[in-house]
Write a protein that binds this ligand. Structure first.
Ligand code: UT7
Length: 323
């Protein structure tokens, strides 16, 4: 059977690092509060000329280089983002143009912090359905541009960045020993849409708006939703927590990550953490974390890697893959 195999990975971060101490000068907060409640120590913030598309392009080029491929080899670009350069066209076509690609198709996918998991599941369906042989899956965000910098309950949490994978069709036996995506599970429940949202948009206010979040409410649902959708991945494949080499979670809050891993029985040494370095970069957080752990040699070919995310919508999902 056809499997969607990771062929390359890459990432890009803005130049400017903003520490918790830097934020102390801006809002009524402390480094201690931020570290204790979230695990975040710093984040990268986009400066002039740095946008979702420019960061996405840089991550895409890094992933293509690592794969030994060029844009000519790509059939489809899927960009997971909630912070596009423009309301339309999709920032994916901006990246397509920046890569000098005039063939294939490019589109954005909007599932907030679960965007990368949604994009991976969609790319997998395209590849297994024979619609594409190679898909560039990108998560890129500039949440700093939709943050209310006077709201201490949200502005300390988010950061900017981008990560990308090249997925390529490969042959598998249909067993969990295959390389590539083994299973993907997506969920959403719009009943929770007002717990984490942006208070503007083209069809309502005609403005971009700012991010608003009932943090405690999101927190309350997170661990249960994450562990549910991971149990689904285990059930679908007959795998267990013991089989997992690496859990690469969406990086929103260290306490949510630790709580989910503990509930599932995945030991801390198997969990990739980057929230301390990057903050919450929404759809970019999983590919940024994959890039860290694969670049430094932790994630190796053949490893069983579990991705999970939960965020605005609510949306949530998991992807189980063999690297
Ligand atoms: O990626 C998408 C999904 N998003 C998430 O997963 C975020 C989920 N939520 C969270 O991570 C946590 O709820 C937060 C980190 C946002 C907040 O942590 P918390 O432990 O739930 O704190 P809280 O909202 O209950 O606030 C506790 C106190 C409050 O003061 P009072 O009411 O107890 O006097 C806040 O006003 O902390 C105060 N506070 C702050 N203090 C210093 C809120 N923000 C800050 C701040 N600095 N930046």
């Amino acid at each position: 059977m056809i499997r969607s195999v990771v062929r390359g990975f890459g990432a890009a971060l803005p130049k400017q690092v903003v520490t918790n101490r830097d934020l102390e000068a801006r809002v009524d907060t402390t480094d201690e509060w931020i570290v204790q409640r979230t695990g975040i120590r710093q984040r990268y913030i986009a400066g002039e000329g740095e946008t979702t598309a420019s960061l996405g392009e840089a991550a895409a080029r890094a992933a293509l280089d690592r794969a030994g491929l060029t844009p000519a080899d790509i059939d489809v670009i899927i960009l997971a983002t909630s912070t596009p350069d423009n309301t339309f066209p999709a920032s994916a076509v901006n990246i397509q143009a920046r890569l000098g690609m005039h063939h294939g198709a490019a589109f954005d996918m909007q599932a907030v912090c679960s965007g990368f998991v949604y994009a991976m599941a969609t790319a997998d369906a395209y590849i297994r359905g024979g619609l594409a042989r190679r898909v560039l899956v990108i998560g890129a965000e500039t949440f700093s541009r939709i943050i209310d910098w006077n709201d201490r309950t949200t502005c300390v949490l988010f950061g900017d960045g981008a990560g990308a994978l090249v997925l390529e069709a490969g042959e598998g036996d249909g067993t969990t020993a295959d390389r590539g995506i083994l299973t993907a599970h997506l969920r959403s429940d719009g009943a929770h849409r007002e717990k984490l949202y942006v208070d503007g948009g083209p069809s309502t206010t005609g403005t971009v708006g700012h991010l608003r979040m009932e943090g405690r409410e999101v927190f309350k649902h997170a661990v249960g939703m994450i562990t549910d959708v991971i149990e689904q991945a285990f059930d679908a494949t007959g795998t267990t927590a013991d089989d997992i080499d690496w859990l690469v979670p969406h990086q929103a809050n260290r306490r949510i990550i630790d709580g989910s891993a503990k509930k599932l029985g995945i030991p801390p040494e198997k969990v990739v953490i980057t929230v301390d370095l990057h903050g919450n970069t929404s759809a970019a957080s999983i590919p940024l974390a994959l890039n860290e752990a694969a670049s430094d040699g932790r994630i190796k070919q053949g490893d069983l890697v579990l991705l999970e995310a939960m965020g605005g919508g609510f949306t949530w999902g998991s992807v189980l893959l063999r690297w």
